[in-house]
Write a protein that binds this ligand. Structure first.
Ligand code: ATP
Length: 328
């Protein structure tokens, strides 16, 4: 397929007076991992459920593989896999049974054994759902989204509640799935996940797209100041601070200097700030013990476009503690 795999144009969805999705447009190319990133309640799940034809839009169009999913959701049923938040199965069904059961619903299902191998579930095939760890449940839910051999898969908050190691292995799996040729629409409220996995993404906030691009492009496009942190041994910290302080008055690329802990000094300024810092220190023969530039992330992009920090609204969803099974 040459055109976009998913095409969303001016999508609007309300629940009574509540506008959950407001004029959202984007398109997803074949083979991409495309992200919908935003804080809890931003409208991400509503958007993907509407795109999948599970909800009626109040305005705009949603097309998947060329089909209008509002008018004819059935047209893509066998070609679109969807993994939704909090999928639950019967307690006693085993992993292998669940995959075979779901496979029976599709005309051209994936081979259950291949799928279990792809998602590192082969050794857990006989385990009952109730005995699976959080990570294993998530892997099973991805397997079930892929069991119909879809061309497009929607993955919604697939690492919420997982410990860091299980999250990283889930990310590797998503890469693996993409390598099989599946186009992926990935819903997440985790900035690091979006940065790690997505080729392109939209950032949505309160139902609206506030930024769109590649993670790198969005970060590099930030106009905000850069920061260089230099650390000095005791004895050189004070004279170094004085040299750097002077730069705020004499050098146009240096905008601010702030002391940190343990002999650190943070210098902010334009993208050329490093070129100001190093010659000044060299001139005074003050050799830092360490020097680093502060890495900018999608969190800085969110702050720049919304004026709010992302962490403020994200506390309630810290990954849960590791369970035994997650480490297996
Ligand atoms: N069935 C519903 N009826 C009424 N309001 C709803 C319904 N579903 C979602 N909402 C509201 O619509 C807004 C968007 O919700 P949605 O679940 O799409 O957001 P989200 O970005 O996916 O967040 P989360 O990850 O927390 O689910 C929220 O304010 C939510 O409370």
């Amino acid at each position: 397929m040459d055109g976009p795999v998913v095409e969303v144009s001016h999508l609007r969805k309300t629940y009574g007076d509540k506008v959950a999705v407001d004029d959202v447009s984007f398109s997803v190319r074949p083979g991409e991992i495309f992200g919908i990133l935003g804080p809890n309640g931003a409208g991400k799940t509503t958007a993907v459920e509407t795109i999948a034809g599970m909800r009626r839009a109040d305005g705009g169009t949603t097309r998947v593989l060329g089909h209008d999913t509002q008018r004819d959701p059935g047209a893509v049923r066998d070609r679109l896999g969807i993994q939704l938040q909090e999928a639950t199965l019967h307690d006693r069904i085993t992993v292998g049974e669940a995959v075979r059961l779901f496979a029976a619903f599709y005309p051209r299902p994936a081979d259950p054994d291949d799928l279990l191998a792809l998602l590192d579930l082969t050794e857990h095939a006989d385990k009952q759902f109730r005995n699976l760890s959080g990570g294993q449940k998530q892997r099973l839910s991805i397997a079930l989204a892929l069991v119909g051999n879809p061309e497009v898969a929607i993955l919604d908050e697939l690492t919420t509640g997982l410990d860091p190691q299980a999250r990283r292995s889930t990310w590797d799996l998503v890469d693996r799935v993409r390598a099989t040729g599946v186009t992926i629409l990935l819903v997440t409220h985790f900035m690091d996940e979006a940065e790690r996995l997505c080729d392109r993404l939209v950032v949505i906030d309160a139902g609206r797209v506030v930024a769109e691009g590649t993670p790198r492009g969005l970060i590099d496009g930030l106009q905000a100041d850069r920061t260089v942190v230099v650390r000095f041994a005791e004895g050189t910290a004070a004279p170094a601070r004085a040299v750097l302080d002077r730069l705020t008055e004499t050098h146009p690329d240096v905008h601010g200097v702030a002391p940190g802990s343990d002999g650190e000094v943070a210098v902010t300024g334009s993208r050329r700030v490093l070129f100001a810092v190093m010659p000044a220190l060299a001139e005074a023969d003050l050799v830092p013990d360490d020097i680093r530039t502060v890495t900018r992330t999608l969190e800085d992009v969110f702050l720049a476009v919304t004026g709010r920090t992302y962490a403020e609204q994200d506390d309630e969803d810290e990954p849960a503690l590791a369970t035994e099974g997650d480490r297996s």
